[in-house]
Ligand binder design. Structure first.
Ligand code: PLP
Length: 385
């Protein structure tokens, strides 16, 4: 079926500068990061050194439960590593969400892993448990999930399926740092959990990522693969003749990035509280307005990490134009992955995704946005579009 898709509004709405109004994203850099990075730049270790180890340690204490954290160069690195550690090989099949950043899917192309796109749940925009059930077979070797916007997925149901088929869950939690599900932290629930520290995520290291691995037995292999396949700790003990017997790559984080990450981690409570406060302000401010619905505001068994404020709106192009007239930036941010040529290039028959494709929109939510900004945005929306 030929569908018409109006993917043009962004062409008419170039990225806004902060001086012009309320922008969609802004990096969250704590003031203390500047001094911490300076110290690193004045030291002998600027690559993967003691600060990376410290960042991993503190991150684990905070988010990993009994698992271990491995700092890497990007969230995409963390996913690629997780897919390798999960044992995925050429020809294997996985189930993965259609609605996510392309970073979730692209590593499969490098690995020759076959992916089957699962539809969204219309209430949360997370992976549809029902569709996972329909897609799963004995060929499925892993389930990949993305807590979209920062709202945890239906973990009880997904874990039950994974257990039934004895396969791992790999969680791309790039949006969900600080989120919880039934009292448990995102990071301690899935077999593998990835976080991203790309420029506009909750915490940024310029670019960077973290992989939480629950199975401790996999950690030495993960550390080797992060660094060409070399047993680095052995080498640092003076054993320079070590062999390489498995293919690794350069996935490591630098001490420069880790210094930024540590500074941001120390302020994370405030960062998260601010974002959650803004999310609640949107919830209050958008209540009762017809033609718009905030996603993920009503579930009480999980807490939202408030990375994105996503709404479903009628007449999205008009809505975006109206906001832009009032100097407010908005965007779709992510697109269904099946539309990209390298990922198939044709829209699969995914009725829930089809139904929202022309309606979802992301509103400004970050450390430079204030509650007053949100109230103003909601007022503008209330006047109609
Ligand atoms: C940001 C993001 C990534 C990629 O992380 P990088 O650190 O940019 O590699 C992956 N998945 C999702 C859902 C993201 O939002």
């Amino acid at each position: 079926m030929e569908k018409s898709h109006k993917e043009k509004p962004m062409d008419e709405m170039p990225v806004m500068n902060e001086s012009e109004g309320i922008v969609l994203f802004y990096p969250n850099i704590p003031k203390t990061a500047i001094a911490e990075v300076t110290k690193v730049l004045q030291s002998r270790w600027i690559g993967q050194g003691p600060r990376v180890a410290q960042f991993e340690l503190e991150f684990s204490e905070r988010f990993a439960g009994k698992g271990s954290s491995l700092a890497v160069g990007s969230g995409t690195d963390a996913l690629h590593l997780a897919y390798i550690l999960a044992g995925l090989k050429e020809g294997d099949e996985v189930i993965t969400p259609v609605f996510t950043c392309t970073a979730t899917t692209i590593p499969f192309l490098y690995m020759g892993v076959k992916f089957r796109f699962a539809d969204v749940d219309p209430e949360t925009l997370n992976i549809s448990v029902q569709h996972v059930r329909e897609l799963i077979s004995d060929k499925t070797k892993a389930i990949v999930i993305v807590p979209y916007g920062g709202l945890p997925c239906d973990m009880d149901e997904l874990q039950a399926i994974a257990k039934e088929y004895n396969i791992p869950i790999i969680e791309d939690a790039a949006h969900a740092l600080g989120a919880t599900y039934k009292g448990k932290k995102v990071g301690e629930i899935s077999d593998f959990t990835m976080f991203s520290f790309q420029a506009i995520k909750h915490i940024t290291t310029g670019d960077g990522g973290m992989l939480i691995i629950q199975d401790k037995n996999l950690v030495p292999k993960a550390e080797r693969i992060r660094w060409f396949g070399i047993d680095r700790s052995n080498k640092q003990k003076g054993n320079w003749e070590n062999d390489i017997w498995e293919v690794g790559y350069k996935y490591q984080m630098t001490d420069i990035g880790a210094a930024m990450g540590l500074a941001a981690l120390h302020e994370f409570d405030e960062t998260l509280a601010h974002r959650q406060k803004l999310f609640q302000a949107y919830r209050k401010g958008l209540k009762g307005i017809s033609g718009i619905k905030l996603i993920g505001a009503e579930l009480t068994d999980r807490t939202h990490a408030a990375w994105l404020c996503t709404c479903l709106v009628e007449n999205r192009v008009d809505f975006m134009k109206k906001l832009r007239e009032h100097k407010i930036e908005s965007s779709q941010v992510h697109f269904r992955n099946d539309r990209y040529t390298i990922l198939g290039g044709r829209r699969n028959d995914l009725p829930n995704m089809d139904a929202i494709e022309e309606n979802y929109i992301v509103l400004p939510l970050h450390s430079h946005v204030t509650e007053e900004n949100v109230n103003y945005i909601c007022e503008v929306i209330r006047k109609g579009w």
